[in-house]
Design a protein around this ligand. Structure first.
Ligand code: ADP
Ligand code: MG
Length: 222
C-alpha cells in the first residue's frame, strides 16, 4: 500500500442525455517524497482528477486513500479538516485575497480556529523566505508581479505541512522564466518537506522537470 492510492477512479457528470464520462479507471500510487506530472490537453479531465484527489469532488466510483484514509467516508466537518490539514492546493490563478498582505495570505489556512499562533507565524515567515519574498512580506497582491503572487500561493499551500500538494496548471499564467522558477520552487519545497506533489498541466516544459510523468488520455492515466 502506498501513501496515496488511487484505484479505478471514475467520474461522470450528469447531462440531459448520457452522462459525460470524464475519468474512467484512473489508477495511480505515490509515496512521500515523490512527484508526478500529469499531462493532458484542455478538457481532458485534469482539473476533475485533481478535485477528486483533493476531496473537493466525489468520484462516481473507485477509491482514493491518503495515508490509508478514504476521505469520501468522512462526514463534512471531518472532511473539511482532512482537506485543510493533509492537502495543499495551488491553482492557475493564485486565489490570493487582495486586501491581505503576503504574510496574512500565507496564514489564511490557519485562521479557521481564530487568530494565528506564533508557531504559524514563524512557519509562514520561513516559507515566505523559502519562496524568496521576505522583502515583500507586507505587500498586498496588487503590489506584486504575477510570478511573485504565485510564489505566495506556493508558500500558502505548504503552511500546514500537507502530505499531498496538488497543483492545477500552476504556471499557466506565467512567462517562461517565471514558469521555470515556480516549477523549481515547487519541486524543491516538495522534496524538503518530504511531501507528495502532483501537478496537472498542458506544459511539456513543466512536466519535464518532474521525476515521473503520466498522460491523461480518454479518461485513463497512461
Ligand atoms: P481540464 O482541466 O483538463 O481542462 P476539466 O476536468 O476541467 O478538464 O473538464 C473535463 C470535462 O468535463 C470537460 O469536457 C468539461 O466540460 C467537463 N466538466 C467539468 N466540470 C463539469 C461539471 N461540473 N459539470 C459537467 N461537466 C463538467
Ligand atoms: Mg483544468
Amino acid at each position: 500500500m502506498s501513501d496515496l492510492d488511487v484505484v479505478s477512479l471514475r467520474k461522470e457528470y450528469p447531462t440531459r442525455g448520457e452522462p459525460l464520462v470524464v475519468l474512467q479507471q484512473a489508477d495511480l500510487a505515490l509515496n512521500a517524497g515523490e512527484n508526478l506530472a500529469i499531462i493532458g490537453p484542455s478538457g481532458s479531465g485534469k482539473s476533475t482528477l485533481l478535485y477528486c484527489l483533493g476531496a473537493l469532488e466525489s468520484p462516481t466510483s473507485g477509491g482514493v486513500a491518503l495515508d490509508g484514509q478514504n476521505p469520501f467516508e468522512l462526514a463534512e466537518p471531518q472532511l473539511a479538516d482532512f482537506r485543510n490539514r493533509k492537502i495543499g492546493f495551488i491553482f492557475q490563478d493564485h486565489h490570493l485575497l487582495p486586501q491581505l498582505s503576503v504574510l496574512e495570505n500565507v496564514l489564511v489556512p490557519t485562521l479557521a480556529g481564530g487568530a494565528a499562533s506564533n508557531e504559524a507565524v514563524e512557519r509562514a515567515k520561513y516559507l515566505i523566505d523559502g519562496v524568496g519574498l521576505t522583502s515583500r512580506i507586507s505587500h498586498r497582491p496588487a503590489e506584486l508581479s504575477g510570478g511573485e503572487r504565485q510564489r505566495v500561493a506556493v508558500a500558502r499551500s505548504l503552511i500546514h505541512q500537507p502530505r499531498l500538494l496538488l497543483a492545477d496548471e500552476p504556471t499557466g499564467n506565467l512567462d517562461r522564466t517565471n514558469a521555470e522558477t515556480i516549477g523549481r520552487l515547487l519541486l524543491d519545497l516538495q522534496s524538503q518537506e518530504n511531501a507528495m506533489l502532483i501537478a496537472v498541466t498542458h506544459s511539456m516544459e513543466l512536466a519535464e522537470m518532474f521525476a515521473a510523468r503520466r498522460s491523461l488520455d480518454d479518461g485513463r492515466l497512461t
